[in-house]
Design a binder for this molecule. Structure first.
Ligand code: GLA
Ligand code: ZN
Length: 679
């Protein structure tokens, strides 16, 4: 629902930090924002030290003036609570607010996102500030949302966290016996006889570095710590949320997320957020598919509802090793891509460039020159004017998908903390293998999790489903029995929710659904591969080769060499009215393209439109009206032959089925389907 039903336009704007510069600049900021068609600002993201100069003193004067200024200028406000960085005096006076890092080092004041989530001081002062802000500004009708803290993240290993962890374990396991079982502490004589014997898993205890990656000797403990830390931070969010709601019960509350951010289980977070917002900063090497995937994830964590693009850079970041400029047209293209995947608002970090500290070379709407005749400003102005013309035509529109990819944070943690069989097995790589194959043929995909039903889909892919938590198997079984197509891969069904191996043969609880038994897993080092033939073509088998036996399934491909030559590599099994596929190894992009093309044909799923390579198409549906996004990620223009009658929502042109349109390099079209003919 993004900013909510009362918003009838695509909101456009970003983080505005006028407390950093003199008041005489403020009026000029207002003029420039108006020129760029900006209608929303996120305020007060990092002002805690200014708002609370000491223990008992609060000072809202500057913020009062800013609030008046933006109201007078007709701007809507996404109001942040400033708790993403605590004041220096607070760190000195209440050192419990400081974090302890993974090596056990207690941090001093510095940086941001620096508060211990289990610090009594933080849990007292942060919600208090949020409540005071809400109380003070509740009569401002231009506040349309609250933004708690900023990019929650990181971790803490302090004594308060340790004690809170023990309480968490007690609540979850109830008895020491049960905890010992779940942690498998009979291994290496780790049996705990008292809750107080448990310490946090970090480099002082169970963790070590292997090939530069953090690993653990007790996956069960580490997994539980991850769940606990994500929940600890979520609790901080909730505490502020509750204080805001006491004053402004009808205004939605969010916090800005970060896509595939491993430490926080966003599928859980989204349940406590009124709407999802996130910050998209693709690296220059990221493909359009990778950015699209993150948007789909962010839409998926909250039942496929639309979201807010809270931050992106208009031009350049400052924190990558090489901060490449977004090329002409790229900012616009990425903005429309976000909307194609469910964004209802486009916002930037930030409105005016800072002149000191580490973000002074980060792009902004108004740069250091302070002019409105820059390339970036002109592009922003054009986009703002276009969004104004689009109105609310697709706001809250759904993105209909018949294909889903299952994603789960616990699985991500467990898989990548496990020692063996291969360090090269990466969850996100496996997700991308399948996502890319759909993206390239413009087949929409929903990213779903444990809280979602499988029934709306014809195809559910669960790559590298190493962990089968309670409930997963049941969902898969019901889905396949009811006629769905389920696909999973090598190294799936191995462990339960505590990372304990399910005995009786891999893939554990999924064995009979898949009709196979995996006896061994062969991890191939870099440079080594096996191969298999699929539909007449030879493809590589890399990273992991599952050695399996058929128990009802049929083999679609077998390994071509080594001692397991002739054993199945890919299988297909009928269960009830549906089919379950097992892809027992990792292959290349060409294979996933071909394999998924066959699956899509079997399911009767076709792409949104037929377009040249590198052109993305997506659709949003609102009140039965379809809005099509055509996005040319190529540098050069492309021609598209339209399949139906369409209206161009930006210039009003009408096209007939069979018309040829030219889409410029990095260009876009937004079309609505007409009730006319389709070819
Ligand atoms: C994040 C933060 C912002 C800013 C930008 C810079 O997304 O939320 O405060 O630091 O990064 O890219
Ligand atoms: Zn802590």
């Amino acid at each position: 629902m993004a900013y909510g039903k009362n918003v009838k336009e695509i909101l456009y704007g970003g983080d505005y930090n006028p407390e950093q510069w003199p008041r005489k600049t403020w009026e000029e900021d207002m003029r420039l924002m108006k020129k760029a068609h900006i209608n929303i600002v996120t305020l007060n993201t990092f002002s805690w030290a200014a708002l609370q100069p000491s223990e008992d003193r609060y000072c809202f004067d500057t913020l009062d003036s800013i609030m008046e200024l933006v109201r007078k200028n007709g701007l809507k406000v996404c109001m942040a609570t400033s708790t993403g960085a605590h004041p220096a005096w607070m760190a000195k006076r209440h050192p419990d607010i400081l974090r302890t890092d993974r090596s056990g080092m207690k941090r001093k004041f510095g940086g941001r996102h620096n508060s211990c989530p289990n610090s009594p001081s933080y849990r007292k002062y942060a919600p208090k500030l949020a409540g005071m802000l809400a109380k003070r500004y509740k009569n401002y009708e231009n506040i349309i949302a609250w933004h708690v803290s900023n990019e929650f993240g990181g971790e803490c290993y302090c004594e308060n966290c340790e004690q809170a962890f023990r309480r968490w374990l007690k609540k979850r396991f109830r008895t020491l016996e049960e905890m010992n079982r779940a942690f498998y502490t009979s291994f290496w004589g780790h049996t705990f006889y008292d809750w107080d014997e448990v310490v946090l898993p970090n480099f002082q205890s169970e963790h070590f570095l292997a090939d530069g990656e953090e690993r653990t000797m007790f996956q069960g403990i580490t997994l539980e710590y991850r769940r606990f830390m994500s929940e600890s931070m979520l609790e901080c969010f909730r505490l502020e949320y509750q204080e805001i709601k006491k004053e402004m019960p009808d205004i939605p509350v969010t916090t800005n997320l970060m896509g595939f951010y491993k430490p926080l289980d966003y599928q859980k977070w989204a349940q406590d957020m009124d709407f999802v917002s996130w910050d998209s900063y693709p690296a220059p090497k990221d493909s359009p598919a990778e950015t699209a995937l993150q948007h789909d994830l962010m839409r998926g964590i909250k039942k496929q509802q639309s979201f807010v693009l809270m931050e992106q850079t208009p031009s350049v970041t400052n924190w990558q090793p090489y901060n490449r400029l977004k090329r002409p047209g790229e900012m616009r293209l990425l903005s429309y891509q976000a909307m194609a995947h469910g964004a209802d608002a486009i916002q930037f970090f930030q409105i005016r460039r800072t002149i000191g500290a580490c973000e002074k070379f980060h792009g902004a709407v108004i740069d250091h020159a302070g002019r409105d005749d820059t390339r970036v400003f002109r592009e922003l102005e054009q986009l703002g004017s276009e969004l104004g013309r689009l109105g609310d035509v697709f706001l809250e529109g759904r993105t209909p998908a018949k294909t889903a990819i299952f994603f789960d944070w616990d699985n991500w943690w467990a898989l990548e903390y496990s020692a063996g069989p291969s360090i090269r097995m990466k969850y996100l790589d496996a997700i991308k293998d399948y996502y890319m194959a759909a993206f390239e043929v413009n087949i929409p995909v929903d990213i779903i999790g444990m809280a979602d039903e499988f029934d709306p889909y014809k195809i559910v892919v669960a790559p590298l489903l190493y962990m089968t938590k309670p409930g997963v198997e049941e969902k898969i079984r019901k889905f396949v029995e009811g006629g769905g197509i389920f696909i999973t891969t090598y190294f799936s069904g191995i462990v339960d929710e505590h990372d304990l191996v399910v005995q009786g043969g891999y893939p554990g609880r999924l064995r009979d659904i898949l009709g196979i038994w995996v006896e061994e897993n062969d991890a191939l080092p870099k440079g080594e591969e096996n191969s298999f033939v699929y539909k007449g073509n030879l493809y590589p088998a890399e990273i992991l080769c599952d050695l399996m036996h058929l128990e009802g399934a049929q083999a679609l491909s077998v390994y071509e060499k080594d001692f397991y030559q002739g054993m199945p590599a890919i299988t297909k099994n009928q269960t009830g009215r549906g089919w379950a596929y097992y892809v027992g190894t990792r292959s290349n992009h060409e294979f996933y393209q071909k394999f998924m093309a066959d699956i899509f044909t079997e399911a009767g799923i076709v792409g949104t439109m037929i377009v040249p390579r590198g052109v993305e198409t997506a659709v949003r549906v609102k009140n039965d009206k379809e809005i099509f996004f055509l996005l040319n990620h190529n540098r050069e223009s492309r021609q598209i032959v339209l399949d139906c009658d369409y209206k161009d929502l930006l210039n009003g042109n009408e096209y007939r089925a069979g018309d040829r349109i030219e889409i410029e390099g990095k260009g876009i079209f937004i079309l609505s389907s007409q009730t006319g003919k389709c070819k």
